[in-house]
Design a binder for this molecule. Sequence first.
Ligand code: ATP
Ligand code: MG
Length: 438
Amino acid sequence: MRLSQYFLPTLKENPTEAQIVSHRLMLRAGLVRQTSAGIYAWLPLGFRVLKKIEQIVREEQDASGAQEVLMPTIQPAELWQLSGRYDVYGKEMLRIKDRHERDMLYGPTNEEMITDIFKSFVKSYRDLPRNLYHIQWKFRDEVRPRFGVMRGREFLMKDAYSFDLDFAGAKLAYQKMFLAYLRTYARMGLKAIPMRADSGAIGGDMSHEFIILADTGESAVYCHPDWLKLDPLNESVSYNQKELDPFVERWTSLYAATDEKHKPGCANIPDNQLLTARGIEVGHIFYFGTKYSKPLNAFVTGPNGEQIFLEMGSYGIGVSRLVGAIIEASHDDNGIIWPESVAPFKVGLINLKQGAAQTDKVCEDIYTKLNQAKIDVLYDDRSESAGIKFNGMDLIGLPWHLVVGPRGLEKNVVELKYRKTGERQELSIDSALAKLAG
Ligand code: ATP
Ligand code: MG
């Protein structure tokens, strides 16, 4: 992509409405535009990041055995009246009437709908277990939408729903998601701590919130500092997907809790080793047994002809919140620092002397080669000063900056800067390209 043709409305000044750094940077880097309180349009650069995050979530859900569906955003009220949540949900639910005066709503979540869909097809225990997920916009009329996309009213969520015959099955489904979540966040360069959360009476300890550390987070976090040294991507591969107790135990033994109420759970961590911090909730997994299957009459016929209500769990990831959360976790004074896996472009190509025959020719050549190699590149081909180009590239936070200037070209070198560390290297064009291809 050529920056001269790109729709990238960056801002020079800090927008006054943004209280936290990620919100500020998202507006300044031209990622989103607020259209109503807590409702955002995704601009090209932000949309690329959102899609990358979504794709990592999808790949890990698929790898865990979950299957993707897509349910609508608009739901009929009837299902929610059956579960009793139509009244309970209160003002957070956006209620709509259609032209026939039928009560509809913009879905805040999908337990009722998926249960209804599932039960109309699945009649036998032989068709279990299943786990279905979708990645779809939700609406919750939050009292205080704030912090940009982190607490929006319309937001993108991945929500998965597992259906099992018995508790043992539901527990395994839960553990598979637990593992998939750790992998998902790790692939985005995040350390997400699974915190035991309230699951009401039924779940026992089968509810975890996944929290990433950030000073501006809304949740308090307690955990063992060693937790931060664990690496889920390396570890998860060595486990048998059918026997995940040891994996979950290992990851929860450095016990972490979300609030004072749960702090006694940290008893195995000496006080002086307890890490107390703030964090952002980026996911929540939850076992709830037959809470929805009973009122919605969702059961299968068991091996002996008996009726068995479906054992269920639900598993959410805040996909759009993650865009803000990743920035909270990865930025500096100059701007965003995208982890490579979610970066909108891998390379920012800077031409220091736009309009000069030699730099233009070299840049065009590099641009073509990167595109041919399917390496996402944003080419700053504007007639702007070096300072403006450097600052702009730092602000939008692409991982690699490839700088082409007349002085370097005299020595047959270009400069490659790694945004994260600021480290710069002078390299021949070929070795720079080879390095970016690696
Ligand atoms: P919170 O306590 O932050 O309101 P929640 O408990 O209501 O979250 P869930 O219903 O578990 O959230 O939803 C799953 C995930 O969706 C959350 O972990 C969070 O990452 C994301 N999420 C929830 N509400 C919002 C929102 N208003 N804006 C953006 N993301 C959200
Ligand atoms: Mg909420």
